[in-house]
Design a protein around this ligand. Structure first.
Ligand code: DLL
Length: 435
């Protein structure tokens, strides 16, 4: 039997959803125009006033917002409420250089947690369940979001955070966890460890909610089989709130976007033109209920398709497919957002030429990041020991920039293949996307 957290909303008629969207969009535009000078300037530059936005049909008139705007406005430039009304800050899973900070009022937290509660109930969670949350807690939205959602459902919540696999498994068995929340790569690692340690008979998991990074249908099958569970996808991004922007239902054919809070569009990433349902393009979100950190037409850079076909689960909200790639070069490695430009800036700062290659692979369900860097001819004449010291220096500098370990290999001058067109900087061997 399909379970809903808010059946009247999740299964509302399309007319009702449109009416909510129009009414809330008008209010949200008035709110940002009044309270966020940054938005006011963007709208003034485009010649749009709040009076031009009467319904969702007018959405396309608004300017886009990008990650660059967020960086430019960092930290308070997009805040739409007094700080005294805010109770929480979260941040993207990236990096020192490119961090995005998002603000929440108590009302914002409640709505976000409700979105996560919808995802949990769609995955079968009830107040009889034990929900083991092994997304990271802290600035990353994964842990706090699912934790809050689990409380709203009334499930017994195990706030494990990430890492310490032996303890995860012990608690999973001893406390009878029934719903697992973590990244798909960690789920696969846990599944493998359960097999190796012969614990399959001792676990009581029935479902898992896995997201924050791309994962293929093959990976879903593997996790489902190894753990004997149903594995559900969940999508979200810090800028829009966190996990629970969209979530999968029993149909497992895409994720319902919580359209009473977020309006989704698909655009052509080159021209910005809005594309019809069914066409592949960049996913853009407009929040319509956020108080502290509203986003108007925020370009996610995730490539995706929207469908409005009737879903067997009874929910009426639009569905997005699994993200099919990115329209920028962002990588997600070990759950952390990594931009090649950050790696390049470290190399240049340390005096290396911009001849490098980033290789991402996955071994034993764990991501590996390797950076091959060409030495200058002068460095090449150094001793093996001196070269090893230089590699260590780069490893440390990259760790400071990215927050994760990257193996560094210094290679002889002119060994990295030169490209005749765009340089191929990244080789991702993980096959994360199904397309
Ligand atoms: O990853 C929020 C989250 C936490 C989602 C836990 C799901 C579960 P960020 O760190 O801001 O937020 O990263 C957002 O991660 O733009 C996508 O590129 C990617 N992403 C998130 N969920 C999925 C998914 C969190 N289910 C960025 N499939 C997004 C593929 C995903 N990619």
């Amino acid at each position: 039997m399909e379970r809903y957290y808010q059946p009247d909303i999740e299964c509302a008629s399309r007319e009702q959803i449109r009416a909510w969207q129009s009414e809330r969009l008008v209010a949200q535009v008035a709110h940002v125009y009044k309270n966020v000078p940054y938005y006011r300037n963007l709208m003034d530059e485009k010649g749009v006033t709040p009076a031009d936005i009467q319904s969702v049909d007018d959405l396309h008139k608004l300017p886009f917002l990008t990650k660059n705007d967020l960086r430019e406005a960092y930290p308070y430039g997009l805040l739409a409420m007094p700080l005294s009304d805010c109770v929480r800050i979260q941040s993207t899973s990236g990096t020192t250089g490119k961090r995005v900070v998002a603000f929440y009022t108590q009302h914002d937290l409640d709505l976000w947690e409700e979105c996560c509660a919808r995802a949990l109930m769609a995955a079968g969670a009830t107040n009889e369940d034990v929900v083991q949350v092994c997304y990271g807690y802290g600035l990353f939205t994964g842990g706090p979001g699912l934790n809050g959602g689990s409380h709203k459902v009334g499930s017994l919540t195990l706030p494990m955070s990430s890492g310490n696999t032996d303890r995860q498994l012990q608690f999973m068995c001893d406390l009878g966890a029934t719903v697992l929340c973590c990244t798909p790569s960690y789920a696969a690692y846990l599944a493998e460890s359960i097999h190796e340690q012969g614990l399959r008979d001792q676990i009581q998991l029935k479902s898992g909610i896995f997201g924050a990074e791309a994962w293929s249908e093959a990976m879903r099958r593997d996790i489902q089989e190894k753990l004997g569970i149903k594995a559900y996808d969940i999508y979200g991004l810090t800028e829009i709130s966190g996990p629970g922007v969209a979530f999968e239902c029993s149909a497992q054919t895409g994720m319902h976007i919580n359209e009473d809070h977020f309006i989704a569009e698909i655009i052509d990433p080159e021209t910005g033109e809005v594309l019809p349902d069914g066409e592949k393009g960049e996913l853009v979100f407009t929040t319509i209920t956020k108080q502290a950190f509203p986003m108007m037409r925020y370009r996610t850079r995730d490539i995706c398709i929207l469908t409005r076909e009737k879903c067997s689960c009874g929910r009426t909200h639009v569905k997005m497919c699994k993200p099919m790639g990115r329209s920028d070069d962002m990588l997600i490695v070990k759950g952390v957002n990594v931009f090649p430009s950050q790696i390049e800036s470290v190399l240049i700062a340390k005096g290396y030429p911009a001849n490098y290659q980033i290789i991402v692979s996955r071994e034993n369900n764990s991501d590996k990041l390797e950076v091959q860097v060409e030495m200058t001819p002068e460095m090449f004449s150094d001793t093996v020991r001196e070269i090893a010291t230089k590699e260590k220096e780069l490893i440390d500098a990259l760790k400071a920039m990215l927050g994760i370990y990257a193996k560094v290999q210094l290679v002889a001058p002119k060994t990295i293949t030169r490209s005749e067109g765009k340089a191929v900087r990244v080789i991702d061997k993980r096959n994360l996307y199904d397309n």
